[in-house]
Ligand binder design. Structure first.
Ligand code: M6R
Length: 614
């Protein structure tokens, strides 16, 4: 939600800020703006629309100056328009500020500032911050860094902010609480700021991940200083970035989503690399090694996540119950955090998040941690907030996922959950040695099988053409494939804006069957496994009501082929591993339908990749 960038150094800031904003556009894309210190003071330009609109608005020459900030917005307070776009400025135009997060007590602060004579131009919560800092500078006579610190003592909410002040033209001040901020330390005495490392990696690999409650002061001459909210100086810890630049490009594909779907044979393989030891008949997850015994003793596992990560967690529930015989509860992080959940010290909480920044998941972790549970993270983004606040965890190693619709992150999360469940089951002795070894071999074969599934794309495109104008769609699956049905429905609705629902196949007769007529496409995962015959009966029930059935079946299936309108074959696999294969055609069908409908696949309306507000 919102991307922010900053630059201080010897180079022109404009091209650095614009290319940084383009990298962060997946975080929000309804308006964009920059503020750059020029010879004659602060120059601010902002407008509704995308970063490209901002470039067109400013013109080819850009803005001159070597210190600046930039923002790409996902609106929370106030509609997307030129006025609500960031940066927000003080009345005299000397201060400019960008913000990612939500100021919860903005109404109270605004009321007080209005009484003190401040005039508000926007409908945003952010504008209070710039007037508050301005007010403190005037009344206390403090410098920019101290004024920011004093202002933040009055603020309730989440923020990553960067402020520039014409009175201190060579300086940026940044602060974070619950919203991410990374500082890049360049080789030419320059410093970069960004919501994540993707805009920084092309300039430097040395970064500092800001922690909650920290304030960074970056000056051309003095470089970087970090303080906490109590004004104590801190020593920043510099880390090396491992992202490869080419992973941030489309690499010849029309969209990031299509690239990421096609990357899955590689990303699943990378999730298993060094962890799946077939010769030694073991699974090694170094990141959670110290917590293995806790897992073995656990009476219960709680899984928290949102969206696609929550769906992966549901697959995890089946995996842990089958292989490790540990009861699992899968919770929407947003619900869990506001209940009064019963959490025990011997509970394990698995927190799943691609971005590692999802506000609800972070809050759920804090709650469970405060009650003594052990928190294990499954994150994709290295160094992200969730990766840092969990007790231990494993990275998915899927590589940067830029498309807003999550694809390769899902299969990587499920791969890790499979490894974890198998490892714990093996340690507990709840899975016998021969079956364990067989499953390791089957897991190892998954990347090659995904490659085979990807070859069905032409057929999937043909099916997409037939159903692209549908107004509704139903997704059905049972057992391990129920979460896959949910994920298929989420993919379709978020990028094509077709209403879609996922259901456990047998639940259909308890309500959704009323929706079925000749207009309704029903996607059914009907692979040969434990509930195959039952699902075949469900397909018959749909056909009896003239619904159109698109079934994902096991290669060589003849039974479903005879009754469904279309079938897409996937290679045979044990039930527990079918989600890794069955989800791929559903991702592709959503992608092609969305493209055919002319939708913006990588940046669907109203959405953002990283949901850092609750
Ligand atoms: O970064 P996270 O995995 O925590 O994000 C959770 C959801 O916001 C995310 O999965 C969302 O539902 C995606 N748009 C799904 O494609």
């Amino acid at each position: 939600m919102c991307g922010i960038v900053g630059y201080v150094g010897p180079k022109e800031a404009w091209p650095i800020l614009i290319s940084g904003l383009k990298r962060l556009e997946y975080r929000g894309y309804d308006s964009a703006g920059v503020a750059i210190m020029g010879d004659k003071g602060l120059q601010v330009s902002k407008c509704k629309g995308r970063v490209a609109d901002l470039e067109a608005h400013v013109g080819k020459k850009g803005l001159k100056g070597t210190v600046g900030i930039g923002h790409t917005r996902w609106a929370t307070h106030g509609e997307p328009n030129d006025v609500n776009a960031h940066p927000h400025t003080s009345a005299n135009g000397e201060l400019a500020l960008i913000h990612n997060g939500i100021i919860e007590n903005y109404a109270t602060l605004k009321e007080e500032l209005i009484k003190r004579g401040y005039v508000f131009r926007s409908e945003t919560d952010t504008e209070v911050l710039v007037h508050l800092i301005d007010d403190i500078q005037r009344t206390e006579g403090t410098d920019l860094a101290e004024s920011v610190r004093l202002a933040l003592l009055n603020v309730v909410g989440a923020y990553a902010i960067v402020v520039v002040d014409a009175k201190s033209p060579d300086m940026l001040v940044a602060a974070r609480k619950s919203s991410p901020l990374v500082i890049g330390i360049g080789n030419d005495g320059d410093h970069f700021l960004a919501s994540d490392a993707t805009p920084i990696v092309e300039h430097t690999r040395n970064v500092v991940y800001m922690e909650d409650g920290e304030i960074a002061i970056i000056e051309k001459e003095k470089g970087l200083r970090v303080r906490n909210i109590k004004n104590q100086e801190l020593r920043p810890s510099v880390q090396a970035l491992e992202i490869q630049l080419e992973t941030l490009e489309k690499g010849g594909y029309d969209h990031f989503m299509l690239k990421e779907i096609n990357e899955q044979p590689r990303s699943i393989r990378d999730s298993m690399r060094g962890r799946l030891n077939i010769a030694g008949s073991e699974v090694v997850l170094g990141g959670i090694k110290d917590y293995e015994q806790k897992f073995v003793n656990a009476k219960r596992i709680l899984v928290v996540g949102c969206g696609t990560s929550w769906h992966a967690g549901m697959v995890g529930e089946y995996l842990f119950e089958e292989f490790a015989r540990i009861p699992v509860e899968v919770e929407y992080a947003s619900e869990f955090r506001y209940r009064d959940p019963v959490i025990n010290e011997d509970d394990i909480v698995i927190a799943i998040s691609q971005s590692g920044e999802t506000a609800d998941t972070l809050a759920a972790i804090e709650l469970a941690k405060s009650r003594g549970a052990t928190i294990i993270g499954i994150c994709n983004v290295v160094g992200s907030s969730i990766a840092r606040i969990t007790h231990a965890g494993s990275y998915t190693h899927a590589g940067p996922e830029i498309g807003v619709a999550s694809t390769k992150a899902f299969t990587a999360q499920v791969t890790l959950l499979t490894l974890m469940a198998l490892m714990i089951g093996h340690r507990k002795g709840t899975i016998d040695g021969a079956r364990f070894q067989q499953l390791l071999l089957e897991l190892d074969a998954i990347p090659a099988k995904v490659e085979r599934v990807l070859k069905t794309e032409a057929q999937i495109k043909y099916i997409a053409e037939i159903y692209k104008d549908a107004r509704n769609a139903l997704y059905l699956g049972r057992g391990y494939c129920f979460p896959v049905a949910l994920e298929g429905a989420l993919k379709l609705k978020e990028i094509s804006y077709i209403h879609a629902e996922g259901y456990p196949a047998a639940e259909m007769k308890h309500g959704p069957i009323a929706l079925i007529d000749e207009e309704m496409p029903v996607f059914v995962i009907a692979t040969q496994g434990a509930s195959y015959e039952k699902v075949v009966s469900n397909i018959q029930e749909v056909k009896a009501r003239k619904g159109k059935v698109i079934a994902i079946v096991t290669e060589g299936d003849t039974v479903v082929k005879a009754i469904a309108d279309h079938t897409i074959e996937i290679p045979a696999s044990p039930d527990a591993l079918v989600p890794l294969l069955a989800v791929v055609p559903l991702q592709l069908i959503s992608y092609h339908i969305a493209v055919m409908r002319g939708c913006n696949v990588d940046q669907p309306r109203n959405l953002a990749k990283s949901v850092t507000v609750e």
